[in-house]
Design a protein around this ligand. Structure first.
Ligand SMILES: C[S@@+](CC[C@H](N)C(=O)[O-])C[C@H]1O[C@@H](n2cnc3c(N)ncnc32)[C@H](O)[C@@H]1O
Length: 194
C-alpha cells in the first residue's frame, strides 16, 4: 500500500494550488490531510462543520468534497488576501459560508454546535481550546494537523506542541488518536464520558 497515492482529488484543487503558489502561501493542508478530512466529513450526513483558518481554501475544498448537500460548513480566516482566493474558487457553493474575522471572536460568538471542527490556526488549537471543544456535539470530531515539526513554525513554537498533545490526550470526555502521518495529525471524538 502506498498511502501517498491519493485518489479522487477534488478537481478544483489544481486551480487553488496554482493561486496558492502564486500568492506565496506555504501553509496549505497536505493531500493526505485533505483526504482524511474528506473521509471524516462523509461520516456526518446533514452535518455542521467548522474550519478555523481557511487559508486559500485547500481544506475547505476537501471538506466540501466529503459533505452532502444538506450539510453546512463555516470557514473562518482573518487574512482577506488568502480568503479572496478561497472565495473565488469555492464561494459559489451554497454549503459554505466564509467569515472574514478573528477565529477567537467567531468561537466566542458562535451559536452553532458542530459535528466536525478542523482547527487549523491558533484560536481553537493553541488558544481558546476549551471553547472550541465545547462547541462540538457528542460524537463530533476535532482534527488538528502540523504536530510534526514544520518549516513554517515561528521561533519559540516547538515547545508548545508537546503540551498541546498532552492536553488533548488527557482530556476527559474525549477519545483520541495520534497519527505521525502527513504533517502530524491528531483526531479526537467527543464522547458522553467524563
Ligand atoms: C495553516 S493555515 C490554514 C490552511 C488551510 N486550512 C488549508 O487547509 O490549506 C492558517 C491560517 O490561519 C489564518 N489565521 C491566523 N491567525 C488567525 C486568527 N486569529 N483568526 C483566523 N484566522 C487566522 C492565517 O492567515 C492562515 O491563513
Amino acid at each position: 500500500m502506498n498511502d501517498n497515492d491519493i485518489v479522487q482529488v477534488p478537481s478544483v484543487l489544481e486551480a487553488i494550488h496554482q493561486d496558492t503558489r502564486r500568492a506565496g502561501f506555504t501553509m496549505a493542508s497536505e493531500l493526505q490531510t485533505g483526504a482524511l478530512l474528506r473521509t471524516l466529513a462523509a461520516t456526518k450526513p446533514g452535518g455542521h462543520f467548522l474550519e478555523l483558518g481557511t487559508g486559500t481554501g485547500v481544506g475547505t475544498a476537501w471538506l466540501l468534497s466529503g459533505i452532502d448537500a444538506q450539510s453546512r460548513l463555516e470557514s473562518v480566516e482573518n487574512d482577506p488576501t488568502v480568503l479572496e482566493i478561497a472565495r473565488r474558487h469555492l464561494g459559489h457553493d451554497p454549503r459554505v459560508t466564509f467569515h472574514l474575522m478573528d477565529g477567537a471572536a467567531f468561537l466566542a460568538e458562535s451559536q452553532f454546535r458542530f459535528d466536525l471542527i478542523y482547527a487549523d490556526t491558533w484560536p481553537g488549537k493553541f488558544t481558546h481550546l476549551d471553547l472550541a471543544l465545547s462547541l462540538l456535539r457528542i460524537g463530533g470530531i476535532y482534527l488538528v494537523d502540523d504536530l510534526l515539526p514544520q518549516p513554517s513554525w515561528p521561533d519559540g513554537h516547538a515547545p508548545k506542541v508537546p503540551s498541546l498533545i498532552t492536553e488533548l490526550e488527557s482530556r476527559m470526555g474525549f477519545v483520541s488518536t495520534k497519527l505521525a502521518w502527513a504533517s502530524g495529525l491528531m483526531v479526537l471524538v467527543k464522547t458522553n464520558g467524563k
